[in-house]
Design a protein around this ligand. Structure first.
Ligand SMILES: CC(C)(COP(=O)(O)OP(=O)(O)OC[C@H]1O[C@@H](n2cnc3c(N)ncnc32)[C@H](O)[C@@H]1OP(=O)(O)O)[C@@H](O)C(=O)NCCC(=O)NCCS
Length: 277
């Protein structure tokens, strides 16, 4: 991860107007650039001036180039800057982020199932997870791995919270959840895959049950969903064992790696229906 820093100053009377202008221009520009990981606009009053520091985090230099252009060290300015700025850095500085404690990453540290444990996916898992996802028996349902997305998930920066599935200390699959926190529609959804040699041994239902127990017990969800392909018999059976029920067939819901559309099955589980192992 890379931090980009730029500093400028305006007359104190212009502080609020400039902050508003920056939100509409620079901040909006950062926010819509893929690979931007966070934006902080800092300000302080010093004598008759207001100083601004723009501090942004980025996944890579390429992401910064997508925002600032090939000569990414040159600061980016907007038309009204001329009028506002009384002091400015003409160049932005860049630092490699050595340590970053992300309080927004609220994935559980360890969940114990019957024969598996779940723990946050880490950056050094990405290669193995991509390997598992490339196995024909997983690829068929999940499509090819996207390592950049897996890395983002490992850093805890993705809306889908990813956990590694471990069996006796070995990484055997990935399970992820997504929480809809709009109060009137609150629920969580789950998705997973296991390496081919670990399928069909009860580990999938174990992992889903373990995560479901956490989402209901610790995160307070009353309803969970999961949406396998309508012809994914093993997945449907595994989820039924946990207590999920089919509530509807979603026509031409997902596109398989061969480019054709297939039906999906919406399954849900209410908190009181979670089954014991
Ligand atoms: C789906 C998946 C996570 C399920 O985990 P799993 O550990 O294999 O599942 P389980 O062993 O807990 O349960 C599978 C059940 O399906 C049954 N099953 C497997 N293949 C079957 C088939 N062709 N027809 C009927 N039942 C079948 C098994 O017998 C078992 O039921 P049982 O315990 O009553 O005998 C795992 O198989 C997997 O990763 N598959 C590839 C990726 C995938 O499909 N992901 C799901 C996307 S929604």
């Amino acid at each position: 991860m890379i931090a980009r820093i730029w500093t400028g100053a305006v007359r104190k009377d212009d502080g609020d107007a400039y902050a508003e202008y920056m939100r509409e221009t620079g901040v909006a520009g950062y926010a819509r650039t893929p690979g931007n990981e966070g934006i902080w606009m800092l300000r302080r009053d010093v004598d008759d001036r207001t100083e601004f520091v723009m501090f942004t985090l980025w996944a890579s230099l390429d992401a910064i180039r997508a925002f600032a252009g090939e000569d990414y060290e040159t600061a980016v300015f907007y038309p009204e800057d001329e009028r506002f700025l009384v002091e400015r850095d003409l160049r932005a500085s860049h630092f490699e982020v050595d340590t970053f404690v992300d309080r927004a990453d609220d994935r559980p540290e360890l969940l114990r199932g019957d024969g598996i444990v779940l723990r946050p996916l880490r950056a050094d898992d990405v290669e193995r997870v991509a390997e598992i996802q490339s196995q024909p028996g997983v690829l068929r349902w999940w499509g090819p791995p996207n390592e950049a997305e897996l890395r983002r998930q490992a850093e805890g920066h993705d809306e889908a919270k990813a956990l590694a599935i471990e069996r006796e200390g070995e990484l055997v699959g990935l399970i992820q959840y997504h929480e809809e926190n709009e109060p009137d529609f609150r629920h969580a959804s789950i998705d997973l895959f296991l390496a081919e040699t670990y399928q069909g041994r009860g580990l999938g239902s174990d992992a889903v049950r373990t995560l479901a127990r956490y989402l209901i017990g610790e995160r307070g969800h009353h309803r969970l969903t999961i949406d396998p392909a309508a012809d994914n018999v093993a997945a449907i059976r595994a989820y039924e064992k946990v207590g999920f029920r089919s509530v509807g067939r979603m026509r031409e819901y997902w596109r398989s790696p061969d480019g054709t559309w297939h039906d999906g099955l919406l399954m849900d589980l209410l908190a009181r229906e979670l089954s014991a192992p």
